[in-house]
Ligand binder design. Structure first.
Ligand code: ATP
Ligand code: MG
Length: 389
């Protein structure tokens, strides 16, 4: 009898080759998240993935809860397919914990139709042994102990407890995006939602020293460290935005500053996406939240790139976003005071309906291509790795 955790896939019900890829990626993600435990082995299979372990069950449970692509997991034991052994092992395990419960119910699932005893027979025989040897009573409606037995092709399984997983898709299934990370509340939440759908992120932060100080970078690193709970290794690109920002302020009308800054950010992000083989750009924008996030503004901003732009929070209101950020523990870091390059020179009357022609006109007054190439060539790269427990 071996300790086992049975992993169920849920949404992974895609067929054929896709399902194989999903299972392979999920097993890889589980292995990388549990790599500090050397007594853990992982066996992926078409219906479930099995994790064998000796110790550290509570730590393992905490980690598994955050791995996307796991629908639920059960804590139990792997048994032989021999009926006498199954009977002995199950009775022994149930009697060991029976004093914690008053009533029980047995559930048998016989996926292996060649097994010589059917579910009814197994249920009745086991129930009568348990009734004879313990104080437990049967309650088929509200049992305090659920004894679940699965008879499969190679082994059988016993478990008492099932825990909900994070759901979603295994990380990596959805490819990779360049995630624009500002240090506010929204962009870390958007990152988390993407990871949960199986999308890997590479983060970019635009920094404007000396207007912004190194505290911002520390904040971004802290935010990403929290997110390594969901993606164990995250690459951060820190791109210097100062010269571009200065050029905008010296050439353009103040009311266009934000529109132009955002067009530049998307140009930089597109370059990075190409350089890193990312399939799209993502941001924490949400419809109508500020002047640059009206549909008119978003249209003028989008115009600089033909890559897909993913805005996971587009329909969320601030309350919902804050709720998620508290749950994933990025909120307290996000609300630390900081200067973002967008908050320093906030114009009094930013355009909510900027005109594309005007934006293009202001951009024609300076050589932004050159500034963009320079900023990308001087980028600083930082890796954030999940800390060992
Ligand atoms: P957040 O809470 O994420 O800062 P916000 O509501 O403050 O968002 P904006 O400052 O308008 O909104 O920024 C919208 C989005 O643009 C951010 O969510 C982020 O994706 C991106 N962004 C803004 N500033 C930066 C920056 N300095 N570096 C990288 N991305 C940025
Ligand atoms: Mg911001």
């Amino acid at each position: 009898m071996k300790n086992v955790i049975i992993i169920r896939y849920g949404e992974l019900s895609t067929k054929g080759k896709n399902k194989k890829d999903f299972i392979r990626l999920l097993a890889k993600n589980i292995a990388s998240s549990l790599k500090e435990f050397d007594d853990v082995t992982i066996k992926p299979s078409f219906d479930h993935t099995y994790i064998y372990y000796q110790n550290h069950l509570n730590e393992i449970i905490d980690i598994l809860k955050d791995i996307s692509g796991i629908h639920s997991f059960s804590l139990g034991y792997e048994l032989e397919l021999d009926y006498d052994e199954i009977k002995n092992d199950i009775t022994k395990k149930v009697l060991e914990i029976s004093h914690n419960y008053h009533t029980f119910k047995i559930f048998v699932k016989r996926a292996n139709k060649t097994f010589p005893y059917n579910s009814d027979y197994i249920t009745r025989e086991l129930a009568s042994i348990i009734l004879k040897n313990s104080n437990l009573k049967v309650d088929v409606h509200h049992p305090s102990l659920e004894v679940k037995i699965e008879i499969r092709m190679e082994n059988s399984y016993l478990y008492f407890q099932t825990i909900n997983g994070a759901g979603g898709y295994p990380l990596g299934v959805g490819g990779k995006v360049i995630m624009m990370l500002s240090g506010g509340i929204d962009s870390p939440v958007a990152s988390y939602l993407l990871m949960k759908r199986g999308v890997n992120i590479e983060a970019v932060h635009f920094a404007s020293p000396p207007y912004t100080n190194s505290g911002v970078i520390l904040k971004i690193k802290d935010l990403l460290s929290v997110l390594t709970r969901y993606q164990t290794r995250i690459k951060l690109h820190v791109v210097r935005f100062t010269e571009i920002q200065d050029a905008i302020y010296s050439c353009a009308d103040e009311s266009y500053a934000i529109t132009l800054m955002r067009r530049m950010m998307y140009r930089l992000a597109s370059k990075l996406a190409k350089k890193t083989h990312s399939l799209a750009i993502a941001s924490g924008e949400s419809i109508g939240q500020v002047a640059s996030q009206t549909l008119d503004s978003l249209g003028v901003i989008n115009e600089v790139t033909n890559l897909p732009i993913i805005r996971p929070l587009i329909t969320y209101d601030k309350e919902e976003i804050i709720k998620i950020s508290k749950r994933i523990k990025t909120y307290d870091i996000s609300i630390r005071p900081y200067e973002d390059c967008c908050t320093i020179f906030t114009p009094k009357n930013p355009k909510t309906k900027p005109s594309l022609e005007k934006a293009k006109y202001y951009e024609s007054l300076f050589n932004f291509e050159e500034l963009i190439d320079k900023a990308i060539s001087e980028e600083e790269i930082i890796y954030l790795n999940r800390e060992e427990i």
